[in-house]
Design a protein around this ligand. Structure first.
Ligand SMILES: [Fe+2]
Length: 168
């Protein structure tokens, strides 16, 4: 599915729209969680040990976000669409290959796509929740947004540093 093609069609039921967005967020986070763990295992890099450990800090945050959003869905007496099959169908990002090495460039690419896709969805959810005064949902969305922004900032700066080293 195209990363930009994730607009939820407006209905006259904002709670339903938020629920759909929360399930899309759960799906993207779940596929992203697998992708991060796969990179953690399969990375081939001169700085493997540092990257391997750092990827688990991203993974920990993604897992926390998954739990938070699934529990928020349950508060509404709905059930999270959480099987891997459901998540793959509903995800705005693709699963990465796990059958071979992951280069550092592939790792950065996967992280940039995944973090951005989750940010876009969390931002949409935050806006929709704000418009309808669903403050708890907005808090959850903003918490996810903040975690993704933190990691994306680090990824972008690390890519710039790596490019500088290549120029030397
Ligand atoms: Fe590990």
């Amino acid at each position: 599915m195209d990363e930009n093609n994730i607009i939820v069609q407006p209905t006259d039921n904002p709670r339903e729209e938020c629920l759909e967005l929360m399930n899309k967020l759960l799906a993207a986070l779940t596929i992203f969680e697998r992708n991060v763990k796969i990179a953690h295992w399969n990375l081939k890099s001169a700085t493997f040990q540092d990257d391997h450990v750092w990827l688990d800090t991203v993974h920990d945050d993604v897992c926390e976000c998954i739990d938070t959003i699934a529990e928020e869905i349950r508060k509404g007496d709905f059930y999270p669409h959480a099987t891997l099959t459901m998540c793959l169908q509903n995800s705005s990002i693709q699963e990465t290959d796990s059958s071979g090495p992951c280069t550092k460039a592939a790792m950065f690419n996967m992280l940039t796509i995944g973090l951005n896709a989750v940010r876009v969805l969390a931002d949409q959810l935050s806006t929709k929740a704000d418009e309808n005064k669903f403050w708890t949902i907005q808090d959850v969305a903003n918490g996810i947004l903040s975690k993704m922004n933190h990691h994306l900032y680090f990824v972008k700066n690390t890519i710039i540093d790596d490019d500088d080293e290549d120029d030397d």
